[in-house]
Design a binder for this molecule. Structure first.
Ligand code: SF4
Ligand code: SF4
Length: 358
């Protein structure tokens, strides 16, 4: 697969759309320089510090891929470059700490297993069998359980026949995939797939867009085709909106498209339709498939917080300029942006909807 990096004709189109060029103004952090660094690595040439940095300064957001006239999957080239650097023991120590927490304890936070039960509201009793299984992902289940609770309460109000894995879920493994630990990710793919299948569910409802993409598009390659379909929470809510008594409010809500949801899964209209039923929908200048990445995933935030924060600041400032609160389809974007500013208010689609029911 690494041969694909050498199909690049160095046209440079991808460079200026990369969020890390946008955040820094430094073309060395643009996408084409990442490809050039990867080519050197694959030819077994030594990389200097800046070349290593540009490989680690990538969220795998796929913005570049959408612009490349040759459709080179640059984020896959980055993943392979990181896997090679890992074999050469040249990845940052922080990568290893996060990876070990996922492998040993099942989440990047290294939370104890009982934490996975805290997102289940008292009024909901998980069943052994159901048509749907709700999967919150680590960030919703452990760090922001109120976001998973909001989704569960909405699914209950809509009368959906669903359950949860009730503490048997593990991290989807995205960080392992992003940083080249595919054999370890395969074990999580097997574990989560078998847990879902043991419920006999027809659909898995994902909360986190990254989990959504991993469960839907990556697990079949890492393990095998599952017996269920994967849908995003915004899709099932949108299908059942008429079952809710929604209160229209006089507010402006700007929607931040999550990269994996919009660029890899084409989920564009459903979140917007939900917001339009509640408030006035405001758009970012860069939206839908062209949306700006928040700058945090794939190990960028722990390694280069100032650069990651710069992108969050850009999104927050545009929301402020457009006099809007921010609704996000991704709890990890929310975590990242809340870490930069508490103003304006940032909340998930489920939180927004739940608090605006009559
Ligand atoms: S995947 Fe995103 S962050 Fe990585 S090189 Fe492409 S545009 Fe830049
Ligand atoms: S747009 Fe495609 S061909 Fe052009 S430099 Fe980027 S990866 Fe290479």
């Amino acid at each position: 697969m690494s041969e694909i990096a050498f199909q690049c004709n160095l046209c440079g189109i991808c460079s200026e759309v990369c969020p890390f060029f946008i955040a820094t103004g430094n073309i060395k952090y643009g996408a084409m320089e990442k490809i050039k660094a990867a080519q050197k690595l694959f030819k077994n040439e030594e990389l200097n510090e800046e070349e290593l940095k540009t490989i680690f300064l990538c969220t795998r957001c796929d913005q570049c891929h959408k612009y490349c006239p040759l459709e080179i999957p640059i984020s896959t080239v980055i993943q392979e470059a990181r896997a090679k650097l890992r074999k050469m023991k040249k990845v940052p120590e922080k990568y290893n700490t996060i990876a070990q927490a996922i492998i040993n304890l099942g989440s990047p936070m290294g939370a104890p297993r009982e934490k996975w039960l805290e997102y289940i509201p008292k009024e909901f009793k998980p069943k052994e069998k159901a048509k749907y299984v709700y999967f919150p992902g680590c960030w919703s289940a452990i760090r922001y359980p109120e976001t998973a609770m909001a989704s569960i309460k909405l699914l209950m109000k809509m009368g959906i026949d669903f359950t949860t894995l009730n503490g048997k879920e593990w991290c989807c493994g995205l960080f392992l995939i992003d940083t080249g630990l595919l054999e370890e990710a395969e074990k999580l793919a097997e574990k989560n797939t078998l847990a879902f299948e043991s419920i006999g569910a027809e659909y898995i409802i994902s909360e986190c867009p990254s989990c959504h993409d991993v469960l839907k598009n990556v697990y079949p390659k890492l393990f095998r085709e599952p017996s269920y379909e994967v849908i995003h929470i915004s899709q099932i809510i949108n299908e059942n909106l008429d079952k809710l008594n929604i209160k229209k409010i006089n507010k402006r809500i700007i929607y931040k498209d999550p990269c994996p949801l919009v660029r890899r899964n084409n989920v564009i209209e459903e979140p917007r339709n939900i917001i339009r039923r509640i408030a006035e929908l405001i758009e970012y200048d860069k939206k839908e498939w062209d949306a700006l990445c928040c700058g945090a995933p794939a190990g960028v935030k722990p390694l280069y917080p100032e650069i990651a924060n710069k992108l969050a600041e850009m999104l927050i400032n545009e929301a402020k300029m457009k006099k809007s609160e921010i609704a996000v389809g991704c709890v990890f974007c929310m975590h990242h942006m809340i870490g930069v500013s508490r103003e304006p208010r940032i909340l998930t689609l489920s939180q927004l909807l739940l608090e605006n029911l009559q």
